[in-house]
Design a protein around this ligand. Sequence first.
Ligand SMILES: [Zn+2]
Length: 316
Amino acid sequence: MVSKKKIMTSLVTSVALASISFTTVGQVVPQLGVQVQTTKAATSAINDYINNNNIQPVSITNQEGTFSYWTPYENGVGKPEGVVIHETATPGATAQNEATYFNREWSNIYTYVHAFVDNNQILNIKNTDYAVWGAGPTANAKFVQVELCEVSSTDAFARSVANQAYYTASKLVQYNLPFTPGVTVMSHNDVSKKWGETTHTDPVGYFANWGYSMDQFYDLIGKYYNQLKGTTNGGSSNTTNNGGTDNGNANVINVNNASGSYVPLVAFLSDGSMQKITNRALANNTPWYTDQVKDYNGVQYHRVATNEWVASNYVK
Ligand SMILES: [Zn+2]
């Protein structure tokens, strides 16, 4: 969650840090010890629901927004160190609603994130090679920031966290980062405790409303991370069946456009003809689930969303 008041504070802190080097601003926060991560999978009704209903995450929609700052991370452009997990605290607002609001208001509320996720969509609105304003200056300089939208049914919640976990895993894979819970993936709550620049505790409270926890969410990220890693490293086209109801139908392709800044998509119309999609594209060097292939005019296309296909010449 990002709010006007808190982010104003963050911006002021950011300016202060820039002008007076690394003096600590704000109150001293007790440092917690390194938390021991349990390796045992946390039992989760939501994760079971996702498995039992074979819920698959949707593909990432890149819809570059209006945020006009192109700020490198502390390690440089294209070098985030992980992902911060947020939730919006705005019941009923969809990813598109949130994107529209922040694209209009970011320069007034001093807040922007990379992506909003709901039960139907993963909407990436800022190139994740560059930093945004989501969780205070320290975390902003390190992390990709993704917000979960609030929904009102168990099914929608399960789909929304599947999408957020998949987005997180795909960013870790995209940037060659390990999955280390609490380090390369942190909740905004973790960020507040660690650096004390914000007081937000999301998404812990909202997760708890659904009987869900960060540990359970980490299990879900791990599932997608392993699927993506397994496929990209091993060259095998099938993900492995780890005993659940994942039946390995989610093949993953890596796409890249060597001669452009994004990978174009096409749609097939009901009359069988093909049409270029002009308002969406895939980011270069990103992994995608694909469930179907189709030939059209001698070119093979891989399906990455309901009616979004990528030509095989972009598949690495
Ligand atoms: Zn937050």
